[in-house]
Design a protein around this ligand. Structure first.
Ligand code: AMP
Length: 392
């Protein structure tokens, strides 16, 4: 059965088409700069990567190119062969603890949740509508970033703010990257051959979050009301003292939008180093002796260690720790520093095993108190699996 996995952003649209249940990727690609000049798309098919520069005034046009590619490359002979389309939706609030068929009610709820994800939810819905028009018979399925974290209890998800902020305005921790955390913990269960275990999953990329998971259920996670909570990220601040905001507004006369922009786009590794939000540039800066790059990475690593330590205690122990996403999968030095910082817990790095990028590996020694793994994430296949579930 042909299933599409879709991730639509405000100016981009990523897709992978799978043959299910085999999970074979038939074609994948990304449309970029939708609605902006110089738009283009790249696709991977039959082991080849092709780039085409085309006008993409909106998502619908992108979906038309996409479906033409499916037909021209004989991935399908008729669009009716596409049985299901899984859409990544960022915010499902506290309404969805699992993926659901995307009917009008769900669309309405996602729209209502826009104030909680102003950049993401509307863009996700534009993608959904474009596919509805062009492939109307496929079952559309919503796969929420927040769903996996819905198992957290109130002690974990409430903020210590006036209770009515929660009741009236939905101010609470939601958590994000749920599809990735779920994929990683499932993989750890497979590797260890059991699921009655405590796992800490570290999704550290441009955005980053850490989850504490017991028996496959999320009990806590580092992102919060928005994806700008918890870890220090590429350009996001992560946790700060909230009172800094009115203080800086008063001092500089900045507007709320300017502060929001600074916390999301000018903070994190970029803000501290003054160089870049990309951890590769930070590593190059460290090599070149840049002190603020050194400081940025030390702060970044410290925050990850602190969350792992916190979740170790919250879980009452831990059976495995997993690293994923851009930094977690590829940065040998960041992983090394994190694991060395956890040595007090008896965790021991295997330097040779840690010399790995983008591949699944056990990176701690046999006598380590907790095994640590690199597990490349695959959110696309999770989205396809959930869509397939509703089409079987
Ligand atoms: P993601 O958001 O998961 O795509 O991760 C993107 C981030 O991964 C980039 O901003 C880089 O900071 C980081 N990254 C990717 N490759 C490497 C690498 N080889 N070494 C260090 N960091 C990397």
């Amino acid at each position: 059965m042909k299933i599409l996995s879709v991730n639509a952003g405000s100016s981009s649209l990523k897709f992978q088409m799978y043959e299910m249940p085999e999970e074979t990727v038939l074609i994948s690609g990304v449309f970029e700069r939708i609605g902006i000049e110089n738009s283009f798309y790249t696709i991977k098919v039959n082991g080849e990567q092709i780039k085409k520069e085309v006008q993409l005034p909106n998502h619908e046009v992108a979906v038309e190119y996409l479906t033409n590619e499916l037909l021209e490359n004989h991935i399908v002979d008729d669009l009716s062969e596409i049985k299901g389309i899984g859409h990544r939706l960022v915010h499902g609030g506290d309404k969805y603890a699992d993926s659901v068929v995307l009917n009008e009610d769900v669309m309405k709820t996602v729209e209502e949740l826009t104030p909680l994800a102003p950049l993401h939810n509307p863009a996700n819905l534009v993608g959904v509508r474009a596919f509805q028009k062009i492939v109307p018979n496929a079952v559309a399925v919503a796969v929420f970033d927040t769903a996996f974290h819905q198992t957290m209890d109130k002690i974990a998800y409430l903020y210590s703010t006036p209770y009515e902020w929660y009741e009236k305005y939905g101010v609470r921790k939601y958590g994000f990257h749920g599809t990735s955390h779920k994929y990683i913990v499932n993989r750890i269960h497979e590797i260890l051959g059991r699921n009655d275990i405590k796992v800490i999953t570290c999704h550290i990329g441009n955005g980053g979050s850490i989850s504490a998971i017991e028996n496959g259920k999320c009990i806590d996670t580092s992102m919060g009301f928005t994806p700008n909570a918890g870890l220090i990220m590429g350009s996001r601040s992560g946790d700060i003292d909230a009172t800094i905001i009115p203080y800086i507004m008063e001092k500089t006369g900045s507007t709320i939008q300017e502060i929001d922009n600074a916390l999301n786009k000018k903070s994190g590794l970029l803000g501290i180093s003054g160089i870049s939000s990309d951890s590769r540039d930070i590593e190059a800066g460290i090599e070149a002796g840049n002190e603020r790059a050194v400081l940025a990475q030390k702060m970044y690593v410290r925050r990850v260690i602190n969350y792992i330590a916190q979740y170790y205690v919250e879980l009452g122990g831990c059976d495995a720790i997993a690293f994923t996403a851009g930094v977690g999968e590829n940065s040998i030095s960041v992983r090394k520093k994190i694991i060395e910082g956890l040595s007090v817990l008896g965790i021991k790095l295997d330097e040779e095993a840690n010399n790995v990028r983008g591949k699944e590996a056990l990176i701690t020694s046999a006598d380590s108190s907790i095994p640590c793994y690199v597990v490349p994430t695959d959110e696309e296949v999770m989205i396809a699996r959930d869509a397939y579930f509703f089409c079987k």
